[in-house]
Design a protein around this ligand. Structure first.
Ligand code: DLL
Length: 433
């Protein structure tokens, strides 16, 4: 089923014609309305008239997360505040989030994009959907919320957490669709099983996203919850969810190419790679008014297939991202940066600047263990259990406040952890073992 069949099944030549027209308009729009882009484009010798073909996009410099940070909070906005009707934000490395502003048209386009993906997954006006993403500055909940309302689904904005109540509502409301991160969906399944109410749930569809999930893990979740789930990709800087998502064929996530122009580049050199190659996804927002983004480096590693899909849609399909080219960790749906952890650790005088982050997956949920060393002069703490426990509790509490998730802390003696000659490798990712 389609939400906008004429657009979703456009011949490729027409898609590219539309993309070029929109790109030309966008570059002029950014040049005229965002001083940051005016300067960037001028320095690169790109005036709007230089964009004559889609491949001329290669002359435009990339936009990065650092640019977002440097222009916090409103430096990349293209319209005055009076035209902004919504703001969202994502967590950032320095404590300052990345801010996104939306005009009324942006919200309309955003919900169209989500609506298409929800219908491609099988949702319609008979869907009763529980949205178990956290409502707030995070784009996931409100993004799905308005997209699903647009197709006439009944939205239950239950947010994340309070899982027993979620399960009760699912039974009482006859919820037949679930929006969640795959790991939260798994947890809901586990708890429902524990409570002996799995067979009382009427879920048929899962719209999962916001974090990676292997096919194997998804199959296990589908089996537990007795539903069919699709994967959905997006990021705050590009509106949020709705950039791409799977149809019922589940052979790649359809990119909403009338709103997003996607490229694949070599993350090391920045060179654009030939179609079909694997590399870092770079996305240009073709229609965004509030905060347009030119060639945003997502850091997500994937590849794109431009063949028409068996479902009839012609929009290109991206693979599930293999991972990120930077260090951001996504744990139980929460973005965690190693630098945040380091900042917390370094605020304790007893702790040495040596730590290791061990990621594991237990019962389909990600866990983070932080191993830290005591400074030599505090080594005696290892023999003083009450004092060590007190320090342990203080660090754990601070970590929870800063990261927003529970972590396991292991304090070890000095000179226990590995040392490095070149770049430190602090992350030990055992999640796929
Ligand atoms: O996670 C937006 C979103 C919400 C997408 C709900 C889908 C559903 P951010 O918090 O800014 O935005 O995180 C963006 O999360 O660069 C990816 O690394 C990762 N990510 C998002 N979706 C997927 C996915 C939202 N389906 C970052 N598979 C992105 C793997 C994903 N990784």
């Amino acid at each position: 089923m389609y939400f906008q069949k004429d657009i979703e099944t456009m011949p490729r030549a027409d898609i590219e014609k539309m993309q070029l027209e929109r790109l030309q308009r966008l570059v002029k729009y950014c040049y005229d309305n965002v001083p940051f882009y005016h300067k960037r484009l001028s320095e690169a010798g790109v005036c709007p008239e230089k964009i004559k073909t889609l491949s001329d996009i290669q002359y435009i410099p990339y936009t990065t997360k650092a640019d977002m940070r440097d222009n916090y909070p409103y430096g990349l906005f293209a319209v005055p505040q009076s035209k902004i009707v919504r703001m969202h934000a994502s967590s950032g490395t320095t404590g300052k989030p990345t801010v996104v502003g939306y005009t009324a048209n942006d919200l309309d386009h955003w919900s169209d994009c989500v609506a298409r993906l929800a219908m491609a997954a099988g949702a319609d006006e008979n869907t009763i959907v529980q949205i178990c993403f956290g409502y707030g500055l995070f784009t996931g909940a409100l993004g799905l919320h308005y997209g699903l309302e647009k197709i006439g689904a009944t939205v239950v904005p239950s947010s994340s957490g309070n899982t027993e109540k979620q399960i009760m509502l699912m039974q009482d409301f006859g919820t037949n669709a679930l929006v969640a991160t795959p790991s939260y969906a798994q947890y809901i399944g586990e708890l429902a099983r524990e409570k002996g109410v799995l067979d009382k749930l009427q879920l048929k569809l899962g719209l999962f996203g916001s974090e990676g999930c292997t096919i194997e893990m998804r199959s296990a979740i589908e089996k537990t919850l007795n539903l069919f789930a699709t994967d959905n990709y997006g990021m705050s800087e590009l509106n949020g969810p709705g950039v791409s998502g799977e149809c019922r064929e589940r052979c790649g996530m359809h990119i909403n190419e009338d709103h997003y122009y996607a490229e694949i580049i070599d993350p090391a050199t920045g060179d654009v790679l030939p179609r079909g190659s694997e590399g870092e996804l770079v996305v240009t927002t073709l229609t965004k008014e509030g905060m347009p983004v030119l060639r945003y480096r997502t850091k997500d590693i994937t590849k794109i297939n431009y063949e028409k899909c068996a479902c009839g849609r012609t929009f290109a399909r991206m693979d599930k991202p293999k991972g990120r080219s930077d260090d951001m960790l996504k744990i139980r749906g929460v973005n965690v940066f190693p630098s945040q952890i380091e900042t917390v650790l370094m605020s304790f005088k007893e702790i040495a600047p040596h730590y290791q982050l061990v990621l594991t997956r237990e019962n389909f949920a990600d866990h983070l263990e932080i191993k830290v060393e005591l400074l030599e002069q505090y080594s005696s703490l290892l023999d003083n259990f009450p004092a060590l426990s007190e320090l342990h509790a203080k660090i754990t509490k601070e970590m929870k406040i800063v990261l927003g998730i529970q972590t396991k802390l292991t304090i070890v003696g000095c000179k226990t952890l590995e040392r490095f000659q070149g770049k430190a490798k602090r992350i030990v990712d055992l999640r796929n073992q």
